[in-house]
Design a protein around this ligand. Structure first.
Ligand code: ZN
Length: 279
């Protein structure tokens, strides 16, 4: 398949990619210096910098905030835990609004502590998203469900396929609800092409890129740079863009032993190069 290289103006950096050595202020200045137009910050970094200061810097540089990381973690072992998650998610919506984010990314959560009731956890996720929609919809902040690879079902997200995310959109209504599609989590799924088509432009709210390394040495912190692994990132981009997706391509790399140890300017330069060569 011969697919043209992407517009470099549509590269976004998820701030986790360079968070080990830079604070948020340095990340935003660094992205601006490299001509990168999109960013997706994490809540803890925004809180460390201060929400108003972070929002001001985003505006000053004219960034598009392609997503805010993250809301979710809905299941809880007790009503009090679920209530705390509800309140924290509402704060995440408020912060995303202050930053002008295009969506709040939802990593929905896995099994409550001590539980083996996966179906029950998925029910809590559905109810939690439904309740958060009542808050986010009137305020105009879209929620993007991110299906995570099944290896995270216990501790991070029990929504593990694009089909599950589409089912939730069907059930809860896709006004203000969609999907953050991350190639790392969905590349293996034989049903992916059909589910991307089912999602369509309306539900595709974000597109995250990195690569799957062989072997993968750590379940969480060994993601690869695009081109270093086995994912045909360019074909997946073509698939989402065939549905009309015209948003950013967000590089999100957790890499404790490799990219997080390199000088962040080198990482950003590499992101720009690989975006052109491999996305
Ligand atoms: Zn992601």
């Amino acid at each position: 398949m011969n697919i043209a290289a992407p517009d470099s103006g549509r590269l976004s950096i998820n701030t986790a990619t360079v968070r080990a050595l830079w604070g948020l202020g340095e990340i935003l200045d660094g992205c601006a210096r490299h001509g990168i137009r999109g960013v997706s910050p994490w809540r803890d970094q925004v809180q460390a910098m201060g929400l108003q200061e972070a929002a001001a810097k985003v505006r000053e540089h004219g960034f598009t905030v392609t997503g805010y990381c993250r809301g979710g973690m809905f299941p809880g072992a007790t009503p009090a835990e679920r209530l705390a998650a509800r309140d924290d998610n509402r704060r995440a919506v408020d912060e995303a609004l202050a930053l002008g984010a295009r969506c709040l990314v939802l990593v929905v959560g896995g099994l409550p502590k001590g539980s083996k009731d996966l179906a029950g956890a998925r029910g809590q996720v559905r109810d939690g998203i439904g309740e958060l929609l009542d808050y986010a919809r009137p305020r105009g902040m879209p929620l993007a469900i991110e299906p995570l690879h099944p290896m995270y079902a216990a501790d991070r997200a029990c929504v593990n396929t694009t089909a599950q995310a589409n089912d939730l959109c069907d059930e809860l209504g896709d006004d203000g609800l969609g999907i953050a599609l991350d190639v790392y989590h969905v590349w293996w799924d034989p049903d992916l092409p059909a589910q991307v088509a089912r999602a369509g432009r309306k539900r595709l709210l974000a597109f995250h890129v990195c690569d799957w390394l062989v072997p993968t040495r750590d379940l969480l912190l060994d993601r690869g740079m695009m081109g270093d692994g086995v994912i045909d990132v360019r074909a997946l981009r073509a698939a989402v863009e065939a549905q009309g997706y015209d948003g950013f391509h967000e590089v999100e790399i957790f890499s404790a032993e490799d990219w997080w140890k390199r000088p962040p300017d080198e990482v950003l330069r590499t992101c720009l190069e690989r975006h052109q060569a491999c996305c």
